[in-house]
Design a protein around this ligand. Structure first.
Ligand SMILES: *Cc1c(COP(=O)(O)O)cnc(C)c1O
Length: 248
């Protein structure tokens, strides 16, 4: 070999291609492919950002304690079990870095989120894509795809772009029948759009292997700010904090 080689699997990763943002001859585009909020960012967030501009020379707090405390209060969660990321994308990356890897299978579903695949591949893991049934996540199909190699399961709930949601009963069955050593990630990027759905927090509280991901990118109209967060059992959050950079 005449040049440095990346780790196995890296060159198989497809480069991310964003959705189209222009149409010839059309001026006012409503771009839905990234689910950006058509109302724009809230005025209160714009004001907070303008106020923060004068302190940009300072490093931020390294533990996001203010944001975690606010999220904990808003959602009735424990602040020390919240981790913040540069978008929830970054938390998917931490999860794969910590719990996937060569010899580990990562299960995702047919219409799940591209980032599950990209970060699992970046970690050298093997992907197992489970078909959906009529654009609904198929819990039985996931259960029958589980083997001793399975390390993680990623589920967007509700899904994107399907918009379908798994019932609490099906989710409870999936969690109950999945080995306790498998990390189950419930991606609640769209949880805010479903009345009465806590994104899976109730399942996180009851199990040692369930993690919930949330984001301020969609409903809160702050995709450009890159703020996501996760909630999980303390032992998993402690692990993710080890791979998290101090100033993410
Ligand atoms: C948009 C989206 C995310 C993450 O978005 P971030 O901007 O990185 O927080 C995660 N999962 C799904 C299904 C999404 O559509």
């Amino acid at each position: 070999m005449t040049q440095p080689q990346p780790q196995p699997g890296i060159l198989d990763i497809e480069l991310y291609v964003g959705g189209k943002s222009s149409v010839q001859g059309v001026r006012d585009i409503l771009k839905l492919s990234s689910n950006e909020n058509p109302n724009g960012p809230p005025a209160s967030a714009q004001q907070a950002l303008a106020e923060a501009a004068s302190t940009l020379h300072r490093y931020p707090s390294s533990d996001h304690s203010g944001l975690r405390a606010a999220l904990a209060e808003l959602h009735g969660l424990e602040a020390q079990r919240i981790i913040c990321g540069c978008g929830s994308d970054e938390l998917i990356s931490f999860l794969c870095q910590a719990y996937a890897g060569p010899e580990v299978d990562v299960i995702h579903t047919e219409h799940g989120f591209l980032m599950y695949r990209l970060y699992a591949m970046a970690a050298g893991a093997r992907l197992v894509c489970v078909p959906e049934a009529e654009r609904h996540v198929d819990v039985e199909a996931i259960l029958s795809a589980i083997t001793p190699r399975t390390g993680m399961i990623f589920i967007a709930n509700p899904g994107n772009p399907t918009g379908t949601k798994i019932s609490d009963e099906d989710l409870a069955e999936l969690i109950a029948k999945t080995p306790k050593t498998v990390v189950i990630v419930l991606d609640g990027a769209y949880a805010d759009y479903v009345e009465g759905w806590d994104g899976g927090a109730r399942f996180v509280e009851a199990h040692d292997n369930v993690v919930m991901l949330r984001t301020l990118s969609k409903m809160y109209g702050l995709g450009g700010l890159r703020v996501g967060w996760g909630y999980g059992p303390q032992h998993i959050i402690d692990v993710l904090n080890r791979v998290r950079g101090p100033f993410n």
